[in-house]
Design a protein around this ligand. Structure first.
Ligand SMILES: O=C[C@H](O)COP(=O)(O)O
Length: 251
């Protein structure tokens, strides 16, 4: 499982760089603008320069409306600014068809510019609270649009977590559908170390985290701490080892 960490500023990205050996992807966002709030192009650029070259930089394009042209242009902006993972939160899409249309525009805009870019179609575990597409529709939306991964995060950061809205067995179905479509499955949403056993067991490919590696577990007032990133990674590694041993014992 890959670890994606979301700093909200160049200063926090520098803290991530101190813990670079423990993480896999640095994800630029602006939490003030929403769960997948987009940051400024110059911030993406500065963060790209600040983190080690072998760590991919991801950027969120925002909790986007159903405006395919607007979103495609924004996604290209993120790619031009140096992000190679482009994450789109399909907040304003109320049907899978709308979501596919938005993601097709993103895939074309980004991959025409950079064919090796990795496009992530993200829905929300608490979709029922904001009226967007059902979480289990995401793998098919990602597949039909030519995206590379399907993701779930939470739209409303009010302390409720991924598993409060989509229990582990349903997340397992999400992962299974993504894999069946040839995609990676990414999960986030106030995930804590206590969730790592279930996330490992269901075969999650990427776990996205902010609050759990911020001081006091506070994604807004707290700041990312390199020691918390290291501790979170140690827990991930422990679960991966235990899972591998359990699988080996059962075979
Ligand atoms: O993409 C991952 C998100 O930034 C997760 O943030 P969170 O762990 O605070 O919900």
């Amino acid at each position: 499982m890959l670890l994606l960490i979301s700093p909200d500023s160049v200063e926090e990205a520098l803290d991530c760089a101190k813990a670079a050996e423990h993480l896999d992807i640095v994800d630029v966002k602006r939490p003030d603008e929403g769960s997948l709030g987009a940051n400024f192009p110059w911030v993406i650029r500065e963060i790209r320069d600040a983190v080690p070259a072998d760590k991919p930089v991801s950027a969120t394009v925002g909790d986007v409306p159903y405006k395919p042209g607007t979103v495609a242009q924004a996604a290209l902006g993120a790619a031009v600014s140096g992000a190679t993972y482009i994450k789109v939160g399909l907040y304003g899409c109320t049907t899978p068809e709308q979501a596919v249309e938005v993601m097709e525009g993103v895939v074309r805009a980004v991959k025409d510019y950079r064919p090796d870019a990795f496009v992530v179609a993200s829905g929300y575990a608490d979709a029922h609270r904001v009226g967007c597409v059902n979480p289990l529709a995401l793998p098919d939306i990602a597949r039909r649009s030519g995206s590379d991964a399907a993701m779930l995060d939470t739209a409303i950061k009010d302390g409720t977590r991924l598993f409060d809205h989509v229990p582990p067995d349903v997340c397992g179905e999400f992962v299974r559908l993504a894999h069946e479509a040839g995609l990676l499955a990414a999960l986030a949403g106030s995930v804590t170390a206590a969730d790592l056993g279930a996330l490992t067991r269901i075969g999650t490919d990427i776990v996205g985290v902010r609050g759990a590696v911020c001081e006091g577990g506070d994604r807004n007032a707290g700041r990312i701490q390199p020691r918390l990133v290291a501790a979170f990674r140690a827990e991930m590694d422990r679960h991966a080892r235990e899972r591998a041993a359990a699988v080996a014992a059962a075979s």
